[in-house]
Design a protein around this ligand. Structure first.
Ligand SMILES: Cc1cc2nc3c(=O)[nH]c(=O)nc-3n(C[C@H](O)[C@H](O)[C@H](O)COP(=O)(O)O)c2cc1C
Length: 207
């Protein structure tokens, strides 16, 4: 039987190495550079994580997340969003306060703020770009971020409840940048169970 596609993601692995890796137990992951999680495992394992270990996120891992996020689709390939990386404790405290004291923000070693760049999208698409596409570009990028973070063994949560004007002020956003999501990121200190989903028949309409 050929291996399940995507189960092992080899980085220029030799054939011998491939055979060796195939015989490792499923949970054995010696290096995230050699083995990565199957796409469906990532989707299945991701949870909103709001408590984090006191362990920094390596700059290389963060870079990998940002590089991968930049591959997300965007309207006209404009990538009409801005990502603000926040590590300073004082700024995290400000963001937490702007997010109605949600502690996940202060708990995390790194916090990413995804903002829509309305001007960039408006230039090409007018009102549709300003009101809609820039928001979608930022949203898709933030969603990618949560999935790549999960693939890298990190936890994250989408914080959408915040005072947007106050967040803009804190991150020195331009007037045309609109904060869409605050994503606290770090190694999980909790293991939440899966939250129930609506039945597909409520979500899907067939015609
Ligand atoms: C648009 C949006 C806004 C959200 N806002 C918050 C928030 O302000 N605070 C929070 O703790 N979680 C927030 N969440 C996370 C959801 O509560 C969470 O995704 C949902 O309960 C499903 O749980 P799961 O992510 O573990 O599958 C938000 C998620 C989305 C997509």
């Amino acid at each position: 039987m050929p291996p399940k596609p995507g189960r092992l993601d080899f980085c220029k692995a030799t054939e011998a190495c491939e055979v060796w890796l195939l015989h490792l137990p499923h949970h054995f992951n010696p290096s995230p550079l050699i083995l990565t999680m199957d796409f469906y495992d990532v989707i299945d394992k991701r949870r909103s994580v709001r408590a984090f270990q006191d362990k920094p996120v390596d700059a290389k891992v963060l870079r990998k997340i940002l590089d991968t996020v930049s591959l997300a689709p965007s309207a006209g390939n404009l990538q009409a969003y801005k990502i603000t990386i926040v590590r300073k404790q004082e700024l995290k405290e400000g963001l937490m306060s702007a997010a109605f004291d949600q502690e996940s923000i202060i708990n995390a070693p790194v916090v990413l703020v995804f903002s829509a760049d309305e001007k960039r999208s408006e230039t090409k698409y007018g009102d549709r770009g300003l009101e809609f596409y820039s928001l979608q570009d930022a949203t898709i990028a933030a969603a990618y971020c949560q999935l790549v973070a999960a693939a890298e063994g990190l936890g994250s949560v989408w914080v959408g409840g915040f005072d947007a004007l106050e967040v803009s002020r804190l991150i020195n956003a331009e007037s045309y940048e609109v904060p869409v999501a605050i994503i606290p990121l770090g190694y999980p200190a909790e293991n939440p169970g899966r939250r129930e989903r609506r039945h597909l028949k409520e979500l899907v309409r067939e015609m």
